[in-house]
Design a protein around this ligand. Structure first.
Ligand SMILES: O=P(O)(O)O[C@@H]1C[C@H](O)[C@@H](CO)O1
Ligand SMILES: Nc1nc2[nH]cnc2c(=O)[nH]1
Length: 266
């Protein structure tokens, strides 16, 4: 893996001058955040040696480097989900590449279903903790000690200080617990009832592996979920990815504004 990280880093640093301090992982239908990046330099995932490629709809597959709210950033316009068939180690590789480029903080976004019945589609929630219901860990296999410890602590997996600074600025933001399943099928109503009993407010198919690796290699994370639908069984209506992307598109302005605030408070 070390050689692959070096190869990807070399390719990227030859094309891009800035050192990104903050990484943004943009969830389903949320890639629009990258459109506000100034002096943008775009790299297709497919042109970067050893880099995985995007296959999920609503995930374009581009790294976008530049300035956002005065900060040097790199946005991943497209993430890697385990349901696409990627090994969990692929996510470790991608986060290690970000680390090797200089990323110190990661703003992770996702589209999620609301298990908590008081949430509303279109609402943006700060994730305060996570449940790994994918039962896979991206850190399995040989540990690279120079990146982080074999047994990382997960008791503060998300940066609560960053979250509280954002909440001071956007008071209406509520918090919740995100549970990640493997997907790609959505949940059954019985699963959603069970997840509610476990203490989950939001359900999705991503984010947890990214947070695990970031936490392990000392990158602080803020996670923002866009509630794109009520989870299975909360309403009578069937779930669809089309709806997920449409709702994400509708909250474009509001979502971008909150991301900007999240960068400003740093
Ligand atoms: O990449 P995210 O977690 O934002 O996308 C969610 C999970 C699936 O990829 C998709 C299902 O609609 O939305
Ligand atoms: N697993 C899951 N992922 C989602 N992504 C967006 N909505 C949902 C949902 O209801 N369930």
């Amino acid at each position: 893996m070390k050689e692959s990280i070096e190869r990807a880093k070399k390719y990227i640093t030859e094309k891009v001058e800035i050192t990104p301090e903050i990484g943004l992982i943009l969830g389903s239908g949320l890639g629009f955040v990258a459109d506000d990046i100034e002096n943008a330099v775009l790299l297709e995932y497919t042109e970067i040696p050893d880099f995985p490629h995007s296959t999920a709809p609503g995930h374009e597959g581009k790294l976008v480097f530049g300035k956002l709210k005065g900060k040097n950033v790199v946005a991943l316009k497209g993430r890697f989900h385990l349901y696409e068939g990627w090994n969990p180690e692929t996510i470790k590789f991608v986060i290690y590449v970000l680390k090797s480029l200089g990323v110190k903080k990661l703003l992770i976004t996702n589209a999620a279903g609301a298990i908590n019945k008081s949430y509303n589609p279109g609402e943006i929630i700060i994730v305060k903790d996570l449940i790994n219901f994918q039962f896979k860990n991206p850190l399995k296999g040989q540990n690279l000690e120079e990146y982080g410890p074999r047994f990382p602590d997960m008791s503060s997996a998300v940066d609560l200080e960053w979250a509280s600074k954002l909440k001071e600025k956007v008071r209406k933001l509520r918090e919740g617990v995100y549970i990640a399943v493997l997907g790609p099928s959505y949940e059954t109503p019985a699963e959603i009832k069970a997840f509610r009993k476990l203490g989950a407010d939001l359900v999705g198919m991503s984010t947890v592996p990214e947070v695990i690796v970031a936490n392990h290699c000392g990158i602080k994370c803020l996670v923002l979920s866009c509630v794109t639908n009520m989870a299975a069984g909360v309403l009578e209506t069937p779930l669809s990815h089309q709806e997920v992307m449409e709702v994400a598109k509708k909250v474009k302005e509001e979502f971008s504004k909150i991301v900007f605030h999240a960068l400003e408070v740093l």
